[in-house]
Design a protein around this ligand. Structure first.
Ligand SMILES: *[C@@H]1O[C@H](CO)[C@@H](O)[C@H](O)[C@H]1NC(C)=O
Ligand SMILES: *[C@@H]1O[C@H](CO)[C@@H](O)[C@H](O)[C@H]1NC(C)=O
Ligand SMILES: *[C@@H]1O[C@H](CO)[C@@H](O)[C@H](O)[C@H]1NC(C)=O
Ligand SMILES: *[C@@H]1O[C@H](CO)[C@@H](O)[C@H](O)[C@H]1NC(C)=O
Length: 425
């Protein structure tokens, strides 16, 4: 097993410029655009989780669980595990220690990069209506025996993939695991279980000009219509798949959709609204799932929007600040930040409602919104030397999009795991 070395410049170990640097730049631009976009939108709908194919996993008795394949869509006892509160629990958290997990890329090792507090590691999610079992690594590995589980999407899903590898790491002997990268695909193997947990880089799910796993262009993004098989051919045969896609679409301006091919000399590009572009991607995903997955044997999950904390003013703080120097959670249970997430959530719900294949929606947005304290902020590897202006004003270069590990994304995995174990019919 080869731990990721922080002396090389990328997570996947190639001595090239990191995707995180570009992603970080992208997010700075993004935060500005999101701000502009928010001003343009007034959206007042309320959304209700009423997707029969997509119930919140139940709070069944522990012995009531069955292993995959599972039936989905059965009536549940009504506990929404995504509705709850954060509980301070330094006895049981964190679930692993940062220096003990060799897979965390240097963009997420906050302690190593000088974060002075560790409070963000000690929160546990408690649903209002039921209890959330603590992550059980042996049970998860047993469940994954002879199976492939894959996270597909952007750097947020990569963070959850790494969290999953860290959660499983301690119960697998050294000789029985490996972490390898093949282009867009990174594979963690638990050899004794013949199980793999994989991450596939596809920030739009469809083919785009940001598909290079290491260097992705950030400005002038173009996505090719009807191209999901370009990546999807690499997802075939997977037993449990977890998609995400959100932030890369939020450019704040109309989105460029390519008809035809990236190789065409004269490119046929049509600009559409972000909503229409995003809806197109969701529909492509649902169609791919229907054509390529077996509802009797496989599970499909979709990770909701991972929120950023770019503007203190949204939670009533210093108007110039952001997630930098935030060590407390947001207590207001109704906090929702900026509005554009609502229109995206509505698109997801609309499209999933029409899906024949049951897709389990992991509604992690609200619980993550409370966690302005959990971002990597300035405590990460910087890919270029900081300027004196930046040093004088740390919030100018704080990353308020990604999350420290251990931390919030371990909870996402506990919720996801709970989703995998479904009540016996
Ligand atoms: C997601 O959770 C939030 C907060 O509990 C809720 O308001 C929203 O309706 C949920 N969305 C869906 C699609 O279930
Ligand atoms: C974890 O799961 C294993 C296998 O099902 C079980 O034997 C064990 O008791 C569980 N551990 C905890 C702490 O629940
Ligand atoms: C190992 O797992 C793969 C699926 O990931 C499966 O196709 C194969 O049959 C398994 N091998 C054994 C020996 O069970
Ligand atoms: C960080 O926040 C605390 C209050 O929570 C404040 O006293 C302190 O000045 C802030 N530090 C910086 C560098 O902004």
């Amino acid at each position: 097993m080869k731990p990721f070395s922080s002396s090389t410049s990328t997570f996947i170990g190639k001595p090239r410029l990191s995707p995180y640097f570009f992603t970080f730049l992208a997010f700075i631009l993004l935060s500005f655009f999101l701000y502009v976009q928010d001003l343009r939108r007034i959206i007042g709908h309320h959304y209700h989780l009423d997707i029969t194919v997509n119930p919140p996993p139940s709070a069944a008795a522990e012995d009531g669980y069955t292993k995959l394949p599972v039936s989905i869509g059965e009536e549940e006892n009504g506990c929404d595990i995504f509705s709850g509160r954060w509980v301070w629990d330094p006895v049981n958290r964190p679930l692993y220690k940062e220096p003990e997990c060799p897979y965390i890329q240097p963009q997420l090792t906050c302690q190593e990069h000088g974060r002075p507090d560790r409070d963000y590691q000690f929160w546990r999610w408690e649903p209002h209506g039921c209890s959330l079992p603590s992550f059980n690594a042996s049970l998860m590995l047993e469940t994954l025996r002879n199976k492939r589980m894959m996270f597909v999407g952007d750097s947020l899903n990569r963070g959850q993939f790494v969290s999953m590898a860290c959660l499983l790491h301690s119960v697998i002997p050294k000789h029985a695991k490996s972490m390898e990268t093949f282009g867009s695909l990174t594979v963690f193997t638990a050899k004794d279980y013949n199980a793999t947990i994989e991450f596939y880089w596809a920030p739009f799910l469809l083919e785009s000009n940001a598909d290079e796993a290491v260097i992705h262009r950030i400005s002038d993004r173009v996505v090719r219509k009807g191209s999901i098989n370009k990546h999807g051919k690499n997802w075939k045969g997977v037993d449990i798949i977890v998609f995400n896609t959100y932030l890369w679409w939020m450019t704040g301006v109309d989105f460029k959709i390519l008809h035809g091919s990236f190789d065409d000399e004269v490119k046929d590009i049509v600009e559409v609204s972000t909503e229409n572009a995003y809806r197109m991607a969701m529909k492509s995903m649902v169609r791919w799932v229907k054509d390529n997955m077996d509802p009797k044997k496989t599970r499909v999950f979709f990770n909701g929007m991972s929120p950023s904390h770019q503007k203190n003013i949204e939670w009533g703080g210093d108007p110039n600040g952001n997630c930098y120097n935030q060590t407390k959670i947001i207590e207001d249970p109704n906090y929702w930040g900026s509005d554009c997430k609502k229109s995206v959530m509505k698109i997801i719900v609309d499209v999933f409602k029409k899906s024949e294949f049951p897709i389990t929606f992991l509604n992690i947005t609200q619980l993550s919104l409370y966690r302005k304290d959990a971002h990597t902020s300035i405590y990460k590897k910087q890919w270029s030397p900081l300027t004196s202006e930046q040093i004088a004003n740390p919030s100018s270069y704080a990353d308020c999009t990604h999350w420290c590990l251990p931390g919030l994304q371990d909870t996402w995995n506990e919720l996801f795991t709970k989703g995998i174990f479904t009540k016996k019919a």
